[in-house]
Design a protein around this ligand. Structure first.
Ligand SMILES: Cc1cc2nc3c(=O)[nH]c(=O)nc-3n(C[C@H](O)[C@H](O)[C@H](O)COP(=O)(O)OP(=O)(O)OC[C@H]3O[C@@H](n4cnc5c(N)ncnc54)[C@H](O)[C@@H]3O)c2cc1C
Length: 358
């Protein structure tokens, strides 16, 4: 790392972007402090963890470049946690992913998969999951999901052991200076930082607004249900236009998700539950006979383009941010974190950083 104080990077937010950003930085020998407001539930906890954008071929190349290597990147992260003696059972589950497609789109999906050198084959839903009424689709055998709440827990444990300091507080104001600046915390405390990385998810817009004009960002609430079924009953992620099933390795099955643009409220609703129960029985009719074990919600960091904003904040030396990962923050986080660390440490970047620049 050239020309920076090694002991002075402060990250705001301990969702997946903040934690993986910290991991990339500590691997470069940088000392990191993370300020996180435990009263706000990260979207990274609430999300489903699918390691692909939904209908990936509908997205821009800029988004797909962030998502393409998600599975191998998470394999590396899980191996690192495992080597440190942390429990990694079920953290990464390569169950495969089946996607419902109409005939024209099926061709498009297969061509797109070939262009990415991804294995994919046309397949009836019923052949992947018995009893599925979903019809024609494409199966991607190498895809899967991460068990995100557990992953966040293990990442925090790893980072603590690596010397990262966690401060449980809400940042209420930012005072930029010539380089970096001061972060004012809820209790009046002040943190001075030479380099700051803002990873505050759906709450980033308020912080960015203090630094100058910022891109249009919005909250987008999402709700999920969990059913406990025998392990293997849902063998693969099953994605349709209406919603999806995500299996965990122990038989838990997530049904998701609702999407309410502009809604930043963080509690599950009766309406959301009703919609998700209908969706569950539509995707797998026998779920009508089961009671969901858990119902929750989270707030996605929405933005009006299909790929996030990542990098330095113009005109503010020492300030960086990751904003607007929207529906794809978990799949994109390893690549986003690597790009941010490369920019902060003034290294050559693997990806074209201009595609994501503020
Ligand atoms: C229902 C649902 C399903 C989803 N499914 C998927 C999926 O299958 N695959 C996928 O890739 N993505 C999915 N997503 C999207 C994904 O979860 C998000 O894009 C991603 O988690 C965003 O990560 P983040 O680190 O930017 O923000 P967050 O995870 O929200 O973390 C932000 C952190 O910042 C903290 N914070 C905020 N403001 C402050 C402040 N002022 N001071 C201090 N701390 C602060 C918060 O407490 C929080 O811990 C889903 C999201 C939802 C809600």
């Amino acid at each position: 790392m050239r020309g920076r104080n090694k002991a002075d990077i402060t990250i705001v937010g301990a969702g997946i972007l903040g934690l993986l950003g910290a991991l990339e930085l500590v691997q470069r020998g940088v000392s990191v402090t993370i300020v996180d407001d435990a009263a706000r539930r990260p979207a990274s906890w609430a999300g489903g963890g699918i390691l692909s954008p939904l209908y990936a071929w509908r997205y821009s190349e800029a988004m797909n470049q962030l998502a393409r290597e998600a599975v191998p990147r998470y394999q590396t992260i899980v191996a690192l946690l495992s080597a440190a003696g942390l429990p990694v059972d079920g953290l990464l589950y390569q169950s495969g992913m089946w996607v419902a497609t109409r005939p024209v789109e099926q061709e498009m999906a297969l061509q797109w998969a070939a262009s990415q050198s991804w294995e994919a084959r046309p397949c009836l839903a019923e052949r992947v999951m018995s009893g599925s009424p979903a019809g024609d689709g494409v199966f991607f055998p190498h895809l899967g999901s991460i068990r995100n709440p557990r992953l966040l827990r293990q990442l925090r444990a790893y980072l603590r052991r690596s010397g990262v300091t966690f401060v449980n507080a809400r940042v209420t104001a930012l005072h930029p200076e010539d380089r970096g600046g001061r972060l004012i915390l809820q209790d009046g405390q002040v943190l001075v930082a030479e380099t700051v990385l803002l990873c505050a998810g759906a709450w980033n817009d308020r912080l960015l607004a203090e630094l100058g004009p910022s891109p249009a960002l919005f909250p987008a609430k999402g709700e999920m249900l969990l059913y406990q079924l025998p392990a293997g009953r849902v063998p693969s992620i099953m994605l349709t236009e209406e919603g999806y099933l995500i299996p965990r390795s122990d038989g838990a099955v997530l049904v998701g998700s609702t999407l309410r643009r502009g809604d930043a409220s963080d509690y599950p609703s009766v309406n959301g539950r009703y919609r998700l129960e209908s969706l569950a029985s539509h995707l797998l009719p026998e779920l009508a006979l089961h009671k969901p074990a858990f119902h929750w919600s989270g707030v996605r960091p929405g933005c009006d383009r299909d790929h996030p904003w990542l990098g330095a904040i113009p005109g503010r030396k020492g300030w960086f941010a990751a904003a607007g990962c929207y529906r794809n923050g978990l799949v994109a986080a390893p690549a986003c974190a690597a790009l941010l660390a490369q920019l902060i440490c003034e290294e050559p970047t693997e990806l074209d950083s201009q595609l994501y620049a503020f």
